[in-house]
Design a protein. Structure first.
Length: 955
DNA sequence: TCCATCACG
DNA sequence: ACGTACGTGATGGAG
C-alpha cells in the first residue's frame, strides 16, 4: 500500500471477446433489440456497453481485446469431441462481429488473435507477461470461471457489469475459497475430475463438484489421486482407475496454456483517445443514441442502481482506548491494516493470529474482572462470545466469556472453577453489563449466546447486532460461518476449534478440558473478529439499503426465536408410543400382502430392489418405464400412482411408504428428542439458511409435521399444552402469498375478490372458466387452486399440466384464460423478470434480496428456473418479512403485558402459542390484530385462530 | 456422502 | 430444442 514510485500504477484490462459477446447476445435474447434496418444489435450494444463502462469506471492505462484464433486448436487434436456439443454460432452474432471489431478499432484498442489458440490462452500469456513487467493490476475480463486458474496476487478476474448491477472482481482469496483449494492451479484438477458439460470435457463419472473438491483437498491433484486410488473405496475406486486417462485428458483440456508465442508490447496496449468521428458514424448506423450520448459528450457520472440510505440511530462515538489510563487497556491495534473500502478488492494471503498485532488478555483475578466490567459499562457497543462445553444449548455449560470493543484488543474471562456455581457467580458479576439496555451487543450467531445465558437467568439487554444475519442479508445463498467470513472479508484465518480441542472422536475434549490460558486467544479472537466483521458489514448493508431490515427485523427477531426455542413444545410420548404400535401393525400386514403379490420377500424401502421387482419381475408399466437421472427405475409417488390401476401392489407400496415415513420420521423420532428436564422438544430455528428469507426448523423439524392425510394428522394430537391449565392457540395467515401477489400486481380483479372476502380459489375458477360464482363446482375449484399456486411459483404450462393431470394444451388454455382475466398479474410477472434481468437480483417489500445471477444465462433450463425465482422470491420473502414483524410485535406485547402466554412455533404462515386458559379470550383479538397489521397491504389480511387441547384441534 | 423419496408451507 | 412448477429437512439405502 505504500507506493513510492513516481510513475502512476499501470492497470491492464484483457477482454475475452467471444465470451462477452455471447453473454451480451443472450442477455437480450428474450426481448431482442432490433434496429430499423432489422438488425439484431443486442450483442454489439451489450459488448460496447461493457467496454465503455470499464473504460469510464476503471480507467485502465492499458487494454486489449482477445478473440479466439481461427482454425482448430491443439485441444481438438488431443480430443476430437472438444466443444463438440457447442451449437453453431447464432447468425446474429456472426453479423455483429464485424461491427464489434470496428468499434474496438475506433476506440484505438488492439485486437489480439493467435491462430490455433483460444482467447483464454492468449489472455493468460499476456497477463503473466504483464505481471512480470511489473504491472500493478491486471484484470482478465470474462464471465468464464476457467480463468480462475490464472489468478495471482496481481492478476484478477473482472466479471463485467450488466445493465446496472455492479461488476465483480474475483481475487486470489475468492478463487481459493470458491474451489476450496490451496493453489489456483488446482482449478484444473477440479475441472478435470468433475468435467464441464458446456465444453464437453468428460471428467470422471460419478464425480461431481462436491466430490471433486473433497478429493483434491485430500490428494492435491488428479495425478496423485490416481496414484493413490488404492485408498478409495468401491465404485469410486473403480471409476478413478477405469477413467484415469480420461481424467488426465480432461485436466489437460481445462488447462489454459500461458506459453502462447505472442510478443508482449506494453506500448501497443496503451489506452488513448478514441476516434470520435468513426464512433459517431458507427453508433449512428447502429442507432445507439443513448450510448452515443454517454460516450461522445461529457463523461456523465454513473448513477448507482441502489439508493444509499444513511445509517440510522445515534451517532456512535465509541470511546477509544487511548483515553483510558489503566495499563491493561492500551491503544488500539488492528488485526489488519486494511480499511473497509479496501477489504473486498485487495487480494492478500490470509493471515493468522501469529502474524498480526493483537492484545488479548486473560482476565483471571477478581480485581481484573472488576476493572473489565467498569470499562465494559463505558462502551456503547461491545462484541461478546460465550465459550461452552458443547453446541447443544440444553446441555452445554458455560466455560468463559470474551469481550471486544476495539479491533485487535480483547478480553477473556474464564469461569474460575469448573463448577456450575462458579459459572453462575461469574455471570451474575457481569449481569450489569449483559442486561444493560443501552449497550449494543454484537455477536456471531448470537441466539446461541442468548440461550446459554438464559439458562443462567440472564436476559440480554440492549439492541443486538448479529454478524451472521448481517451477512445473510448481504449474500443470502452463501455460508455464514465465522471462519469463512473472516477469510473472505478480513483475509484472516482464525484459530480452528479443532486445533484447540482436538479432532472429533469418542473422547472428544471440550473447552472445559483446556487450560484457560490456552482458550483465551481463541475466545478473544472470536470476539475481535466479530467486531471487525460488524464494521465491514455495516457500510455494505447501508449501501444496499439493508440496514433497516437488519436492525428492525432480523436482529430483533433473535431474542424472540431464542425464547420460542427455549420454551419448547410438549409432546405426549405415551400417545406416540401407542400410535407407533398401531402403525407397526398396519405395516406388517401390508408387507405380507406386498410379498405375496411379488412372489418373494425383498426390501420395500430400497428403490433399487423395488424397481427390479416391479419392472423386471412383474413387468409392470407396459414398456413405458421412467428412469431417474442415475439410470435406476423411478418409483416415486407419481409413477406408482400410474401403476395403481394395473396392479394393486402399487397402491400397497404407496401405503407402506406413507406408514413407514410417519413411523420413522415422526412417531419414533420425536419422543427421542424430548428433553428430560421439561418433557418438551426444543427445535432450532435457523434464521440464515433459506434463499428467500423464511425460517427453517431442524432437530427436529417442526415445520413439516403431517396434516394432509388422516393417518398423518394423528401425529398432531401428540402436540399438547404444557399442562392442564393451558391450551394451544394456532393463528394462520389466510392466503398470505396470493394477497401479496394482489398487492404487488395491483390487479383489480384479484384485489376486489379479497376485499369482498370471497373464497379466492372459487373466485379464480369463476373467472377462468367463465361461470357464475355460484356454479363453480369442486373440480373447477381444484383446478383454479392449482393455478393460483402456479401463479405464486412462476407458472409454466408443463408444471400446471402435470399437477392437474391434463394435457399441456388444456393447461395452456387455462393459463391464457387466467392472464386474460388477471392481466395485471401477467404484466407484473413480466415486469418482475425484466427487473431481475437488469439488476440480477429480486427483492421483497422490505428490500431483502435474492441474487439471481443466472437470469441472463444462455442455458434455457437454468434461465427458466431463475425467472420463476424472480417471481416467487419477492412473494415468499415478503410473506416471511411480514410474519417476522408479527412475531417481534407479539413477543414484545406479551412481555409488556406480563402475560403467561408463550409463542412456541412458527410454520411459515402460522404461529402457535401455549396459553393459560384464562388468557385465551384476551390474547386472541390482540394476536389477530398484530398479525393483520404487521405490514398493511392494499388488500385486507385475514388471520384464522383456533384453540384446542392439541395442535390438531387448534386448527 | 449422495440419492430418491416424502413430510410441510 | 430443451425440460420445468417455489421453498425447506429427515430418512433409509447404497456406494
Amino acid at each position: 500500500m505504500t507506493d513510492t514510485t513516481a510513475q502512476a500504477p499501470r492497470k491492464l484490462f484483457l477482454l475475452d471477446a467471444f465470451a462477452l459477446i455471447y453473454r451480451a447476445h443472450f442477455a437480450f435474447s428474450k426481448n431482442p433489440r432490433i434496429n430499423s434496418k432489422g438488425m439484431n444489435t443486442g450483442a454489439v450494444l451489450g459488448f460496447t456497453n461493457t467496454l465503455v463502462e470499464v473504460l469510464q469506471k476503471e480507467k485502465p492505462t492499458h487494454i486489449g481485446v482477445c478473440f479466439d484464433g481461427p482454425k482448430k486448436t491443439f485441444r481438438h487434436e488431443q480430443f476430437p469431441e472438444y466443444k463438440a456439443q457447442r451449437q453453431a454460432m447464432p447468425e446474429d452474432i456472426g453479423t455483429a462481429i464485424p461491427y464489434i471489431k470496428k468499434i474496438i478499432e475506433a476506440f484505438h484498442i488492439p485486437i489480439l488473435i493467435m491462430e490455433g489458440f483460444e482467447a483464454d490462452d492468449v489472455i493468460g500469456t499476456l497477463a503473466r507477461h504483464a505481471e512480470e513487467h511489473g504491472f500493478e493490476e491486471v484484470y482478465m475480463m470474462t464471465p468464464d470461471k476457467d480463468y480462475c486458474q490464472l489468478v495471482t496476487e496481481k492478476v484478477k478476474i473482472y466479471r463485467p457489469a450488466f445493465m446496472g448491477n455492479s461488476a465483480e472482481i474475483l481475487d486470489l482469496a475468492h478463487v481459493l475459497q470458491r474451489f476450496e483449494i490451496e493453489r489456483v492451479a488446482q482449478v484444473t484438477d477440479i475441472l478435470g475430475l468433475q468435467g464441464d458439460a458446456s465444453d464437453n470435457i468428460p471428467g470422471i463419472p460419478g464425480i461431481g463438484e462436491k466430490t471433486a473438491k473433497a478429493l483434491i483437498q485430500k490428494y492435491g491433484s488428479v495425478e496423485n489421486l490416481i496414484a493413490n486410488s488404492h485408498e478409495l473405496k468401491g465404485k469410486q475406486q473403480e471409476n478413478v482407475r477405469n477413467f484415469a486417462e480420461q481424467g488426465l485428458l480432461s485436466k489437460e483440456l481445462a488447462t489454459i496454456h500461458i506459453n502462447v508465442p505472442i510478443p508482449f508490447e506494453p506500448e501497443a496496449l496503451c489506452c488513448s483517445a478514441p476516434d470520435e468521428a468513426k464512433l459517431t458514424a458507427l453508433f449512428d448506423e447502429l442507432e445507439f443514441r443513448q450510448l452515443a450520448a454517454r460516450v461522445l459528450k461529457t463523461a456523465p457520472a454513473r448513477t448507482s442502481a441502489t439508493a444509499i440510505s444513511p445509517a440510522k440511530g445515534k451517532k456512535s462515538s465509541v470511546p477509544t482506548g487511548a483515553g483510558h489510563q489503566a495499563s491493561l487497556f492500551a491503544a488500539p491495534v488492528g488485526i489488519t491494516e486494511m480499511g473497509e473500502e479496501e477489504a473486498d478488492v485487495l487480494p492478500t494471503t490470509r493471515r493468522t493470529l501469529a502474524e498480526v498485532p493483537h492484545q488479548y488478555h486473560l482476565i483471571d483475578s477478581p480485581a481484573l474482572r472488576r476493572e473489565l466490567l467498569r470499562f465494559l459499562l463505558l462502551q456503547q457497543e461491545v462484541s461478546f462470545d460465550t465459550e461452552t462445553t458443547g453446541l447443544d444449548t440444553m446441555t452445554a455449560r458455560l466455560v468463559g466469556l470474551s469481550f471486544c470493543w476495539l479491533p485487535g484488543e480483547a478480553y477473556y474471562v474464564p469461569v474460575p472453577q469448573n463448577n456450575p456455581a462458579a459459572a453462575q457467580a461469574l455471570v451474575d458479576e457481569f449481569r450489569p453489563f449483559l442486561e444493560h439496555e443501552g449497550i449494543l451487543k454484537i455477536g456471531q450467531n448470537i441466539k446461541y449466546d442468548l440461550t446459554i445465558l438464559k439458562h443462567y437467568g440472564i436476559r440480554i439487554g440492549g439492541p443486538l447486532f448479529d454478524t451472521m444475519l448481517a451477512h445473510y442479508l448481504l449474500e443470502p445463498d452463501m455460508r455464514h460461518n465465522m471462519d469463512v467470513l473472516a477469510e473472505t472479508y478480513l483475509h484472516y484465518t482464525p484459530v480452528s476449534i479443532t486445533e484447540l480441542i482436538g479432532p472429533k472422536g469418542k473422547k472428544q475434549k471440550t473447552m472445559a478440558d483446556i487450560p484457560p490460558a490456552e482458550v483465551s486467544d481463541y475466545a478473544c479472537e472470536d470476539a475481535d473478529v466479530t467486531l471487525q466483521l460488524k464494521h465491514v458489514f455495516e457500510p455494505k448493508l447501508a449501501a444496499l439499503g439493508l440496514l433497516k431490515l437488519l436492525n428492525e427485523v432480523e436482529n430483533p427477531l433473535v431474542p424472540v426465536l431464542a425464547d420460542v426455542e427455549y420454551e419448547g413444545v410438549r409432546i405426549d410420548s405415551g400417545a406416540m408410543g401407542d400410535y407407533s404400535a398401531e402403525l407397526q401393525g398396519y405395516i406388517v400386514d401390508i408387507e405380507k400382502q406386498i410379498f405375496a403379490a411379488a412372489g418373494q420377500e425383498f426390501n420395500i424401502g430400497s428403490p433399487k430392489q423395488l424397481g427390479e421387482i416391479l419392472f423386471d419381475k412383474l413387468q409392470l408399466g407396459g414398456g413405458k418405464i421412467k428412469k431417474t437421472k442415475t439410470g435406476q427405475y423411478a418409483t416415486g409417488e407419481e409413477v406408482l400412482s400410474l401403476l395403481a390401476p394395473e396392479n394393486p401392489v402399487a397402491a400397497l407400496i404407496l401405503e407402506h411408504r406413507q406408514l413407514t415415513k410417519l413411523r420413522s420420521t415422526y412417531v419414533e423420532a420425536l419422543p427421542q428428542l424430548v428433553c428430560e428436564m421439561d418433557g418438551r422438544v426444543h427445535t432450532s430455528f435457523n434464521q440464515a439458511v433459506t434463499a428467500t428469507g423464511r425460517l427453517s426448523s431442524t432437530n427436529p423439524n417442526l415445520q413439516n409435521i403431517p396434516i394432509r392425510t388422516e393417518k398423518g394428522r394423528e401425529i398432531r394430537k401428540a402436540f399438547v399444552p404444557r399442562d392442564a391449565n393451558h391450551v394451544l392457540v394456532a393463528a394462520d395467515y389466510s392466503q398470505i402469498e396470493l394477497r401479496i401477489m394482489a398487492d404487488f400486481s395491483k390487479d383489480a380483479t384479484m384485489i376486489e375478490a379479497f376485499r369482498q372476502g370471497i373464497d379466492i380459489h372459487s373466485s379464480t375458477a369463476s373467472k377462468v372458466f367463465h361461470v357464475p360464482l355460484e356454479t363453480v363446482d369442486g373440480e373447477m375449484r381444484r383446478k383454479a387452486k392449482m393455478v393460483n399456486f402456479g401463479i405464486i411459483y412462476g407458472i409454466s404450462a408443463f408444471g400446471l399440466a402435470q399437477r392437474l393431470g391434463v394435457g399441456r394444451k388444456e393447461a395452456v388454455e387455462i393459463i391464457d384464460a387466467y392472464f386474460e382475466e388477471f392481466s395485471a398479474v401477467k404484466q407484473f410477472m413480466d415486469a418482475s423478470i425484466n427487473k431481475a434481468r437488469e439488476l440480477e437480483y429480486a427483492e421483497t417489500l422490505l428490500g431483502r434480496r435474492r441474487y439471481l445471477r443466472d437470469i441472463n444465462s444462455r442455458n434455457a433450463t437454468l434461465r427458466g428456473f431463475t425467472e420463476r425465482n424472480a417471481i416467487n422470491a419477492p412473494i415468499q420473502g415478503t410473506a416471511a418479512d411480514i410474519i417476522k414483524i408479527a412475531m417481534i410485535r407479539i413477543h414484545d406485547w406479551l412481555q409488556r403485558e406480563k402475560l403467561g402466554t408463550r409463542m412456541i412455533l412458527q410454520v411459515h404462515d402460522e404461529l402457535v402459542f401455549d396459553a393459560p386458559k384464562e388468557e385465551v379470550d384476551y390474547i386472541i383479538p390482540h394476536i389477530k390484530e398484530l398479525m393483520i397489521n404487521a405490514l398493511p397491504l392494499s388488500v385486507p389480511m385475514e388471520v384464522e385462530v383456533g384453540t384446542g387441547q392439541n395442535w390438531l384441534q387448534a386448527h
